[in-house]
Design a protein around this ligand. Structure first.
Ligand code: SF4
Ligand code: SF4
Length: 383
């Protein structure tokens, strides 16, 4: 077995980078039983944890990059091992030594884009607000109530730009005083942190925090559960505390206050896919469902694997930037589950999930049978 450093050094580094709870593992194997990878191929997080205990981690292999940080095994581990901290610690070591196996190599291009333009696509920073062309979306100033932070995918990706526009339209119709910072924003940094590039994460986070403070931002509405998780749970490490609200929470509050007015009907069978970073990681399960159920005409059905037991789309933990063979994509399984329910639409609330599920529609050639929607796209049609 090859290792990149002597045993003790690896053990020390895993500890230093936050993976010290691996020693609690008693090898029960529960994590392997629940991990979605074992529905498409063979993968053992239990083995990775075991090797980490003895400093025998194989840093150069793809295995340490597989975990999507879906949160399922940590939520069920009887010894609170924190498997995600372990794999992130191992990835930090790999990043330190510049070791990237084949399917992981594209992430280096992502790093370059984030360093030069503040987004993973290496798109022109100045074009970050082009998604709002033709909409009355204003710049955020100190007097604006809420900052809307669409995130990178909604700012640049043609499919997801539609979601940014739908979201802004619903907010405008509901009379919300919000603005954007456009080219002044960076990526939140969530995925590169999970990929082990802590230095780049810290740089992106510090720049965002400075921008927020300089502009007097206090309340931030986000579309991406990944931005939500990072702003809410990780930026406080820098001794700041913004009020962070996911769009589904915010719109549900507007609905209850009578500011979001549903005027139309939506006569379709729909189901909802819980994004890992909205549901399992942050406990936001009900707001998206309540929003959908409040729309007249909707026939809502629950997927078999839902809420805490939701099936990951496969894109978290920076997997969104790595290559996954078509036959190993969790999103294919998820789409098949929705097809089994005979729904017209699979609805979710995360740009990574939308991207994965739209890819699966093409891979499985079921574009005519089922649509993939973000909640705000439906709300835009009925408000
Ligand atoms: S579930 Fe926890 S204790 Fe059991 S093998 Fe996995 S990491 Fe170890
Ligand atoms: S967090 Fe999810 S993807 Fe990662 S090892 Fe655990 S169950 Fe598998």
């Amino acid at each position: 077995m090859e290792t990149v450093a002597p045993f003790k050094e690896v053990i020390d580094e895993i500890r230093e980078y936050g993976g010290e709870r691996v020693v609690n593992c008693f090898q029960c194997g529960k994590c392997d039983t629940v991990c979605p990878w074992n529905e498409v191929t063979r993968f053992s997080i239990r083995r990775i944890v075991r090797e980490a205990v003895f400093g025998l981690s194989e840093i150069e292999k793809e295995e340490i990059w597989r975990c999507t940080t879906c949160g399922k095994c940590p939520s069920l581990c009887p010894r609170d091992v924190k498997q995600i901290d372990d794999v992130v610690a191992l990835r930090r070591i790999a990043v330190k030594y510049g070791v990237y196996p084949g399917p992981v190599k594209p992430i280096r291009t992502v790093y370059a884009g984030l360093q030069s333009q503040g987004n993973p696509f290496n798109e022109d920073r100045q074009k970050r607000d082009e998604w709002r062309d033709g909409l009355a979306v204003k710049e955020f100033t100190e007097k604006t109530d809420f900052l809307y932070f669409p995130g990178c995918y909604l700012s640049y990706d043609p499919r997801l730009k539609k979601v940014a526009r739908a979201t802004a339209s619903v907010l405008l119709r509901s009379g919300v005083d919000f603005g954007i910072l456009g080219p002044k924003e960076n990526c939140c940094g969530e995925s590169v942190r999970k990929a082990g590039n802590e230095e780049l994460f810290v740089r992106l986070a510090k720049e965002n925090i400075k921008t927020f403070i300089d502009h007097g931002v206090k309340r931030i509405i986000v579309s991406s559960p990944h931005c939500y998780h990072t702003f809410k749970n990780e930026y406080p490490e820098f001794r700041v505390n913004f009020e962070v609200i996911h769009m589904t929470q915010f719109l549900f509050t507007l609905l209850k206050e009578g500011k979001l007015k549903i005027k139309g009907e939506y006569r379709k069978r729909v189901t909802y896919h819980d994004p890992c970073y909205l549901g399992r990681h942050n406990g936001i399960f009900e707001e998206p469902r309540e929003l959908l159920k409040a729309i007249p005409g909707i026939h809502f059905l629950e997927l078999e694997e839902s809420k805490m037991n939701s099936l990951c789309c496969g894109m978290g933990g920076a997997r969104v930037w790595m290559e996954t063979p078509k036959e190993e994509r969790f999103s294919n399984l998820r789409l098949k589950q929705a097809l089994d329910l005979k729904v017209d639409e699979l609805v979710t609330a995360c740009p990574y999930c939308i991207t994965a599920l739209e890819d699966s529609r093409a891979v499985l050639d079921v574009g005519e049978k089922i649509a993939v929607k973000e909640i705000t796209e439906i709300l835009e049609e009925v408000t």
